[in-house]
Design a binder for this molecule. Structure first.
Ligand code: DGY
Length: 332
């Protein structure tokens, strides 16, 4: 019986590629290579499975060109690169890497909130530029974090972990908005109060976006929403770039209608909107919220485990669509 063929289309820990090679016939991208979507599709055409880190789109056109494909394993919790309905219709399993990154990503979201609210990046750049001549009472005076109102849009696992940090570590009043309200036990665990979107925006001293990106959530924060926020507020985005209208945000930051922002994700990443690059009151990081060595390794191994469990017949461990069962017969 031949081994399933897997395309590893993103760079990943060599030991994880070696693990995959014990189970599968693996074609893996090499350091320095880049496979744009067309090249990815060409290489995937004769594969049974794919291992990706979220950059490649899995849509109906790609699926039609890859008749053998049975599973795509995303090394990311977000899977907005998947057309889930098209995958389900084609009988292709999609998987992601939830849970293993929750606390690490929450740590980073909180760090970004603090860096933006307390103007750390701006102060550091100023100091490095040799501009510190004397101390002033109002140097880089920012907004209070402890005791303030923490607003969270998207109250899944990561949102709840951020809420716990705010409530228990910083004595913050936590409010949240989500598609569905948490049950009373979960609300009590993070001392969070459910509010409508308008109240969330109006009350926020710090607003953290951690909801999944979908077409309905496109630019969920734009001119209208920013106008409802306090001019002293901070906006943090660790979800996906498309949640925020970046031009509207840059405009609000430049015009003093919003105090600060911390952004880890961008609509056209790795390109960053030039309107943001020139602003001192925004902290910009390159999509690294889950980037600690143990967490990235756990994500990489879970993505590999999903492929291994799928092809040995146990079924994917963390599917994002209806479970698909692999049968050797279908692909020969
Ligand atoms: C995730 O896991 O979704 C992170 O954003 C990394 O892609």
């Amino acid at each position: 019986m031949s081994k399933p063929r897997i395309l590893v289309a993103s760079l990943v820990f060599p030991e994880v590629v070696q693990r995959l090679a014990q189970h599968f016939e693996v074609e893996a991208i090499a350091e320095g290579e880049q496979w744009p979507q067309e090249e990815f599709a060409r290489r995937l055409a004769d594969k049974d499975g794919a291992y990706i880190t979220g950059g490649h789109r899995i849509d109906a056109a790609l699926l039609a060109a890859c008749p053998r494909l049975r599973i795509v394993s995303n090394m990311a919790v977000g899977h907005n690169n998947f057309d889930v309905a098209a995958m389900t219709a084609a009988g292709v399993q999609g998987t992601n890497t939830p849970d293993v990154l929750t606390e690490t990503t929450a740590d980073f979201g909180f760090a970004l909130l603090m860096a933006a609210a307390r103007r750390m990046a701006e102060a550091e750049a100023w100091l490095r530029a040799g501009r510190w001549q004397r101390w002033r009472y109002d140097m880089f005076a920012g907004s209070e974090v402890h005791g303030s109102t923490l607003a969270i849009l998207g109250m899944g696992r990561i949102g709840q972990a951020i809420a716990q940090r705010g409530a228990w570590g910083f004595g913050m009043q936590v409010i949240y908005h989500n598609r569905s309200r948490l049950d009373a036990t979960a609300e009590a665990a993070c001392q969070a109060r459910y509010v409508g979107m308008d109240e969330l925006l109006a009350q926020a001293d710090h607003l953290v976006l951690v909801l999944p990106y979908t077409s309905e959530a496109h630019h969920i924060i734009g001119t209208r929403e920013l106008a409802r926020m306090k001019p002293t507020a901070t906006l943090v985005n660790i979800g996906r770039g498309g949640l925020v209208d970046e031009l509207a945000l840059a405009d609000a930051l430049r015009g003093g209608r919003l105090a600060a922002a911390g952004l880890d994700v961008f609509e056209g990443e790795p390109e960053v909107n030039p309107a943001l690059l020139d602003l001192p009151n925004v902290v910009l990081t390159p999509h690294i919220a889950s980037a600690t060595v143990p967490t990235r390794l756990a994500m990489a191994n879970l993505a590999a485990d999903n492929l291994i469990a799928f092809f040995d017949g146990r079924g994917a461990l963390t599917p994002v669509n209806a479970p698909v069962r692999f049968s050797q017969g279908k692909n020969g």
